[in-house]
Ligand binder design. Structure first.
Ligand code: PLP
Length: 366
């Protein structure tokens, strides 16, 4: 079957150079070569996240790190900010791990306000909070800086952030924001194959883990710390993905993180202008994501048909998630996506839907 260029919000397109990095000869995970790989890679992630805290690698998808954050950082009660499919699911993960989890639910498509969080935390009953930075199901990105300002008033509440579809696509200055766990899988804005996740883990989070008895086995932060100090992971990691991540981080740092984030912001502008012209945006104004645009299907098109036709040509987008299926559709513009690729996709959609061709006239404020 011919390859369809992916404009779905993960897995995203992987460049040939990074696919080639996966095919490097195997090395032992207790070898000197491995230590060199590990010790070279972690500082690059720290640079990307602007953090001096620990960064750990997880051989799993992001869901594994949701579970790790809950098991290692929640001792009493966790407040789960919920506003879409993924933030709603993190709540379920907390419950599945036997934690006392409470919902802070807002309507899908809306952002979580710092005031709502402040009000919920004011009673002093919570010792952790979960926030999904970029809700992939709705195209909403929360204002982490405003939430962080509130979190500073609650130093005993662990600030757990899912940056699954925003990390490497927009700035997340972990230490400045005071985030305790900031997690992501590499198959989204890192533009790498699925199978590896990364997370910054603060010294406060490690201190919390010390007070918790049943942290689980596979992702026990204290074991991970012990092995990190030796330049290793506790169990056999996804070494091919680590090679690819290392190569991709070199490219990200040579593109320049600011340039990378600016490219994402500019792609989002193009997608939003196109969406506003022909449809409408699903995300609340001011909360639109720089990595994914969720479009309200105001024309009542068949998204399934559109995607079928796109697939026949060369590309693939995403239908709306769960209850938003056919009511919305989503175009991801994250990772290594370039302007010409996005404009090409939008022009193809214009042609398929017989829309006045505007894709290439969208302007960018530079
Ligand atoms: N969090 C967000 C924001 C996501 O978009 C996803 C998946 O798309 C996940 C978590 C779960 O990731 P995974 O299925 O890779 O475990």
């Amino acid at each position: 079957m011919p390859h369809k260029r992916l404009f779905i919000p993960g897995p995203t397109e992987v460049r040939g150079e990074n696919l080639a990095a996966l095919a490097r000869p195997q090395i032992g995970h207790r070898s000197e070569e491995f230590k060199a790989l590990y010790r070279g890679l972690i500082p690059k992630l720290q640079t990307l996240l602007d953090t001096a805290e620990k960064v750990f690698l997880f051989t799993s998808s992001s869901t594994g790190v949701w579970e790790a954050a809950i098991r290692n950082c929640v001792s009493r009660k966790v407040l789960c900010c919920m506003q879409g499919a993924f933030s709603d699911r993190w709540f379920k993960v907390a419950q599945a791990n036997g934690k006392d989890a409470v919902k802070l639910q807002v309507e899908w498509g809306r952002g979580i306000s710092a005031e709502q969080i402040d009000r919920a935390l004011a009673g002093g009953e919570f010792d952790a909070i979960t926030v999904v930075h970029n809700e992939t199901s709705t195209g909403v990105m929360n204002h982490l800086d405003e939430i962080a300002a509130v979190m500073r008033r609650y130093p005993d509440v662990m600030f757990l952030v899912d940056a699954v579809s925003s990390m490497a696509g927009t700035e997340i200055a972990v230490d400045k924001l005071g985030i305790d766990v900031c997690l992501a899988g590499v198959q989204k804005a890192f533009s790498l194959p699925a199978g590896l996740a990364v997370a910054s883990v603060s010294h406060r989070a490690l201190g919390r883990a010390e007070t918790i008895e049943h942290r689980g086995y596979y992702f026990d932060f204290l074991e991970m710390l012990k092995y990190d100090e030796r330049g290793q992971t506790p169990t056999t990691p996804a070494i091919p993905q680590m090679h690819a991540l290392d190569a991709q981080l070199d490219d990200i740092l040579s593109e320049g993180v600011e340039a990378r984030f600016r490219r994402h912001a500019e792609l989002a502008q193009i997608a939003r202008q196109w969406a506003r012209r022909h449809f409408a945006l699903f995300a609340e104004g001011g909360f639109e994501s720089p990595t994914i645009t969720c479009i309200e299907n105001t024309r009542g098109i068949s998204v399934v048909e559109l995607n079928r036709e796109l697939s026949r040509q060369w590309a693939m987008i995403s239908n709306g998630y769960g209850p938003l299926k056919e009511k919305t559709f989503r175009i991801a513009h994250m990772g290594d996506t370039q302007e010409w690729e996005l404009r090409g996709l939008l022009a193809t959609i214009d042609r398929i839907l017989d829309l006045p061709s505007t894709a290439n006239s969208a302007s960018i404020d530079r």
